[in-house]
Design a protein around this ligand. Structure first.
Ligand SMILES: Cc1cc2nc3c(=O)[nH]c(=O)nc-3n(C[C@H](O)[C@H](O)[C@H](O)COP(=O)(O)OP(=O)(O)OC[C@H]3O[C@@H](n4cnc5c(N)ncnc54)[C@H](O)[C@@H]3O)c2cc1C
Length: 473
């Protein structure tokens, strides 16, 4: 019997798994997909928000502000790219200047440090490409950017290294509560037992809750679409550039990514389909016109990819739902994780041991927890370090992804790490192959061959992404 079963290997489940792996308990992570970070955590704006906009005294405000403080250290520990570049929220009308002032006050109440309103001259001094019509901006110096996919993977890897079990292709299809444990049905057949359950199933969190709780939840999926621009546009702005938030979200942003690209989006559209990550021309036109209002010089011909992600909005509830369900002892929800869910993840995980102790679970700290994760990023090394590495392993001397400069050594490492890659996109998510200008046009076949070789399987059995997405049939 497991002490804790975590349902979902997105950023929330991953952060919780890593935090709980610091304790002497048996943990299992159940993920319906064939890889971790295949849901919302792989398709979002990747911003570590400041915490000035969630309403004061909500869980969103509490976890956003604390989460923001934790990113730098944990990303360093896990070798995950993170940059604290600060943000500007722009106002173009007098009414919007009033919104900036209320954001400033709300942010101060939430405990956000360093917030201030700056005028047009100051804005144009630090961001020369901002539209001249701008009147003022809220400057938030604690905002940052991160690679959310690599962070999710790194957290799971580290949890697995510290004893957690990861079960992929394991969809939870039913839950039954007994006196002091749960019976968990996987893929409509196999059963496992756990004393406590953490529901981190993202956009399906309501389904999992409704399997055991009479306090029903409903999630509305809200889609957001993006442009991802080539690195030649990556220096267009250096801060995260927001517009004034509305009820539907934080508005269209323009931001450098932590890898040097430029991201523009997202819109917000209610959807009936939780798997609908298609992009549409209509949404692209909308995002483009809104983004041009913030940054006048955007060159959309440098777009290399469009993508979409799905936010989880709880019906009749603005805040996150975090904690033990009132009517089901030992069942803990972490759902309704719209933005700032990524930013809040590390802080929610930090609170989880206390939440679990209150359910009666005994937790003692491990003495041999290893928090550090090392990973080679070939292109970031000095010429001496590169030569030394190639001397010891010639695979680091063979560039496979020309756009991003990813070596065969890094690809093999991404496959052989704990919770390693088994798909073409799995390699992409771990070491950025195919993320550049050619979007995998040149390197996909080589990665396909390396995967088959390292996994001792046929190329026909390697999929692009989800099960069934075979390339050779
Ligand atoms: C457009 C957009 C922009 C955003 N921008 C930001 C931002 O800039 N900053 C920020 O802080 N937040 C942002 N967010 C929010 C953030 O991305 C989410 O809060 C976060 O990724 C949610 O993580 P999760 O782990 O709850 O969900 P997910 O990443 O979706 O993970 C849930 C996992 O559960 C699995 N699962 C579901 N059902 C089952 C089942 N029955 N059995 C087993 N496994 C199951 C899924 O396959 C999935 O892997 C944004 C979200 C969107 C959509």
């Amino acid at each position: 019997m497991y002490d804790v079963a975590i349902i979902g290997a997105g950023i929330i489940g991953a952060a919780i798994a890593r935090e709980l792996s610091k304790y002497n308990i048996n943990i299992v992570i159940l993920e319906k997909e064939n890889d971790v970070s295949n849901g919302t955590s792989k398709a979002n704006s990747a911003i570590v928000h400041g915490g000035y906009d969630p309403k004061c005294e909500t869980l969103m405000a509490k976890y956003n502000v604390r989460g923001n403080e934790m990113f730098e250290e944990i990303c360093k520990e896990l070798s995950v790219p993170y940059k604290n570049n600060g943000a500007l929220v722009l106002a173009f009308e007098d009414e919007e200047v009033k919104i900036l002032n209320s954001l400033l006050e709300n942010g101060k109440r939430n405990g956000v440090k360093g917030l201030k309103i700056i005028d047009k001259a100051e804005i144009l001094k630090i961001e020369k490409d901002i539209n001249n019509d701008v009147k003022a901006a809220l400057y938030s110096p604690t905002v940052g950017i991160v690679d959310p996919i690599e962070l999710t993977i790194a957290l799971v890897e580290n949890a697995v290294q510290n004893g957690a079990k990861l079960k992929l292709n394991s969809k939870v299809t039913a839950l039954k509560k007994y006196e002091d444990y749960f019976d968990i049905e996987i893929n409509e057949s196999k059963k496992i037992l756990a004393k406590t359950i953490i529901n981190a199933a993202g956009v399906y969190g309501d389904y999992i809750n409704n399997m055991v709780s009479n306090n029903r939840k409903d999630i509305i999926p809200v889609k957001g679409q993006y442009f991802l621009m080539d690195k030649s546009e990556g220096l267009r702005v250096s801060h995260v550039i927001f517009q004034c938030p509305t009820k539907k979200g934080k508005g269209i942003l323009v931001s450098p990514t932590v890898h040097g690209n430029l991201i523009v989006g997202p819109n917000a559209e209610n959807s009936n389909d939780r798997e609908d990550v298609n992009t549409t021309l209509e949404a692209m036109h909308f995002i483009r016109s809104k983004a041009n209002k913030s940054v006048k010089t955007l060159d959309f011909s440098k777009n290399i990819r469009n993508f979409a992600g799905i936010r989880s909005y709880l019906v009749d509830q603005e805040d996150f739902e975090i904690g033990e369900a009132k009517d089901v002892k030992g069942f803990i929800n972490c759902i309704g994780m719209k933005s700032p869910g990524l930013t809040s993840s590390l802080a929610i995980a930090e609170d989880m041991p206390d939440i679990l102790k209150k359910t009666g679970l005994k937790l003692t700290k491990k003495i041999d927890f290893k928090g550090e994760r090392k990973k080679i990023n070939f292109m970031s090394l000095s010429i001496e370090q590169k030569n030394e590495l190639i001397k010891n392993n010639a695979r680091y001397g063979r560039i496979i992804c020309r756009c991003e400069g990813i070596t065969e050594g890094e690809i093999v490492d991404s496959i052989n790490r704990p919770a390693g890659a088994t798909t073409i996109d799995g390699v992409k998510k771990r070491c950025r192959t195919g993320m550049g200008r050619c979007q995998g046009g040149f390197c996909t076949i080589k990665i396909h061959e390396i995967l088959a070789r390292e996994l001792h399987t046929n190329m026909e059995d390697i999929v692009m992404d989800k099960l069934g997405s075979n390339i050779i049939v």
